[in-house]
Write a protein that binds this ligand. Structure first.
Ligand SMILES: *Cc1c(COP(=O)(O)O)cnc(C)c1O
Length: 400
């Protein structure tokens, strides 16, 4: 990169080599000056509770939730049960805990196996918790670009339970929207097909619905439609919905009873947790419709990048369905280079733009940089991010 742009004088930069990867992104300190407009697009998890949400939390009615006596938690669980169209729900501390409990509850017998996409969050970002804590085998099928996988391939991996050499296929997991695939929304027909063939074989389907509400908003259908015939779902409250903590797991009454026992054993039995559930309740009631703004913002950024007709950076707009934007970078440029440049302000840039803008994001794969839109970004923030992106694209293109 420095070969491409010469030695531009950098005014503001994270001294710990910012933005270059997820890990570096985490280390990145907020040490940009007061006059710097920072647009943080690393993740929708960075959203902070609004004043209204904080008020709801402060005023929440609470009780001991291990005794099932916290009225606010019960209210949240009831509300999410309505939304998912399932029988019962359980508030858990995180999406990772929701997925772990779901997988453990479905695979209660030793020698169990789950079939799952190779780019799924459960495989990539949850430390293999299912095997770590449950001794469960994870058998992967190849994820396609759109977050689905080939149903024939999936079926070829279902084990014959009569053959005593085999583990027993106990669960199929899908992810909606699909994070690593770029916030892709699973097609309804595909979900229906997975459910149909799995039901035939008596294998339940678990949905990692960390961003299920984004999928529902994109398709303009009720979330329950995305879950038709599915056995369980885990939904994050702390991403685009803006709550500070928590996920909710939904499923049958029997499943949730099992989940309740597992949650306690994992140390997830919390007490006056209505304080957190109050934020979640406000999130599912008031924060879903506005996800459309995040989707629009992602489109605006994608279109702005493509309007530069750059050889170096492009967005596949046909793959842009929700709040996760994948920017393709062309070698020798890497996603890490671009993310690092976005976190810098050069002297020349500051003079030409007459403002100081930093955009925070990170490289997700070898050729893709992830930008995430969310509730804490206003239209003004998005417009600033676009000015910065256009500026650095022009800079790259002028050297090439
Ligand atoms: C964020 C996320 C989770 C859970 O994450 P936590 O940080 O543990 O809440 C699970 N699945 C997907 C697809 C996610 O994006």
């Amino acid at each position: 990169y420095s070969k491409m742009t010469g030695d531009l004088k950098v005014l503001t930069e994270d001294k710990q080599q910012s933005g270059t990867s997820y890990k570096a992104g985490l280390r990145q300190a907020n040490n940009f000056g007061k006059d710097v407009h920072v647009v943080d697009m690393r993740s929708d998890t960075i959203t902070r509770p609004s004043p209204e949400m904080r008020r709801a939390m402060a005023e929440a009615e609470v009780g001991d939730d291990v005794y099932a006596e916290d009225p606010t938690v019960l209210k949240l669980q009831k509300r999410v049960t309505e939304i998912t169209g399932m029988e019962d729900s359980l508030f858990v501390s995180s999406g990772t805990m929701g997925n772990l409990i779901a997988v453990l509850a479905h695979c209660w017998e030793r020698g169990s196996e789950i079939i799952i996409g190779d780019l799924s969050h459960i495989i990539k970002y949850e430390q293999g918790g299912a095997s770590q804590f449950g001794g469960i085998c994870l058998r992967t099928v190849k994820n396609k670009d759109d977050g689905t996988f080939d149903i024939e391939e999936m079926l070829s991996k279902v084990r014959d339970p009569v053959d005593i050499h085999n583990p027993i296929t106990r669960l199929i997991c899908i992810e909606n929207t699909h994070n690593v695939c770029g916030g892709r929304v699973l097609p309804l027909e595909w979900i229906d097909q997975v459910v149909a063939v799995s039901t035939q074989r008596n294998i339940p389907v678990h949905v990692d619905g960390a961003r299920l509400m984004n999928a529902a908003v994109h398709l303009n259908v009720p979330p329950s439609r995305l879950l038709r015939g599915c056995a369980s779902v885990s939904i994050c409250l702390s991403k685009g919905l803006g709550a500070p903590v928590g996920s909710v797991l939904s499923g049958s009454k029997t499943f949730i009873q099992r989940a309740l026992r597992l949650r306690k054993s994992l140390g997830g039995g919390m007490r006056q947790v209505g304080i957190l559930a109050a934020a979640g309740l406000l999130a599912v009631n008031n924060m879903v419709d506005r996800l459309a703004d995040d989707h629009l913002h992602a489109k605006m950024i994608g279109e702005a990048i493509n309007s530069m007709n750059s050889e170096n950076m492009q967005v596949d707009m046909s793959a842009l369905e929700s709040n996760i934007l994948m920017v393709e970078t062309k070698r020798p440029l890497t996603p890490e280079d671009v993310a690092a440049r976005l976190s810098q302000i050069t002297e020349k840039e500051s003079e030409e733009l007459k403002e100081k803008i930093v955009v925070r994001c990170f490289g997700m794969t070898r050729t893709r940089m992830r930008i995430t839109t969310h509730a804490d970004l206003s239209r003004k923030d998005i417009e600033a991010a676009i000015r910065k992106l256009k500026y650095i694209i022009a800079e790259y293109d002028s050297v090439a």
